[in-house]
Ligand binder design. Sequence first.
Ligand code: SF4
Length: 441
Amino acid sequence: MTLKIAFISLGCSKNLINTEQMMALCKAAGHQVTGEPEGADVAVLNTCGFIDAAKSEAIEHIIALGELKQAGKLGKLLVCGCLSQRYPEEIKKDLPEVDGLMGTGSYDQIVSAVEAVAKGENPDLFGDISATSEEGERLVTTPGYTAFLKIAEGCDNFCAFCIIPYLRGRYRSRPMEAILQEAKELADAGVKELILIAQDIGPYGKDLYGERKLSELLRQLCKLPFHWIRLHYLYPDHFDDEVIRVIASQPRIVKYLDIPLQHCSDRLLKSMNRWGTKESLTTLLQNLREKIPGLVLRTSLICGLPGETEEDFEDLCQFVTETGIERAGVFQYSREEGTRAAEMPDQVPEEVAQQRVDRLIELQSRVLDEYNESRLGTVMEVLCEGFDNEMGCYVGRTYADSVEVDGHVYFTAAGLVPAGTFVNVRMTGTEDGDLTGEVEE
Ligand code: SF4
């Protein structure tokens, strides 16, 4: 029986790849896959569940899909991913609209799960979250010129505030041949921008080969005809000289690094089981800027960690200003049961934490504006992402802008600029964190 299966993917790019792999498995089994739940036999909701905001979003989707079922516009609902891995009993008890559950260790059983719910059964599949998953095809859902490439799953860092290692398991590198094979298929399919992801790409290879292999993997990937190779989620203590040398010397690797730091206070970094001190982080960023000309940094920061004082926060603000980090995701600490931080004394009141988030975003946006102003009058290469009807011009990104998280360039051109092509744009203005310009004919 051919089923019409709708897939909805929430959360991070790593979760998106799991969704794409499940879509490919269902298609290979002869089922029809779609992104539209209305009219589907089964909807598969791949959830995120690592902080409150993500949990609320997932529950809102479950309720909305439940209403579609109620209205007879959707057959069954299968929920998988981090929320179901974390709260299976609560979901069964409180969300009766859910017909089946799968954990993060069971993605490769998606076909039998959807066929079971379609028959009216209630599958409950929770495999080993640290098991090495089968290498499989995926239906890439990002625009044809950009694609994520997951090089490992899980995490061994056990930051005190983070629940992810308990949802995604221990660190498992993918075999290099499998990564390179997938990368070749993506390049053959016309992908121009390859974005490397994992919970932490830094220790790649250590578990599988007994030594870090990120620099070797990067050299191999640079033999493929990608225009841009972008690195996300580099934990700060994984920067050996070899990795820096490869990033600096390989033109395909964009001089843009996403290094989640979370904070800079020595005391808080220690209590959160994170590497480094304010001094060592400052030295690392200075060293990277010296060795990688034109480097643009992205980071993620948390305000309101247990024990954070006003002085610590001021310290963080000074650190962001002094290091000139051009891009930052600023988050309010989320007290997650099951983490060590949740049990710590000196929890910061939520309203205080939120005020600090607002102040830090305000401050960081000034750093971002300074960076954009420094681009005015220069010509930068832009990946065109299409024509923005609302803005009445083309929109794209420079090497300094990653997908979904950074700004854009809005630009005009005399001729047609197809999506997925690179053009040189002279920057003429800035607006709300974005740049504007015109194609340099
Ligand atoms: S590095 Fe830390 S914050 Fe990131 S996934 Fe691992 S434990 Fe969580």
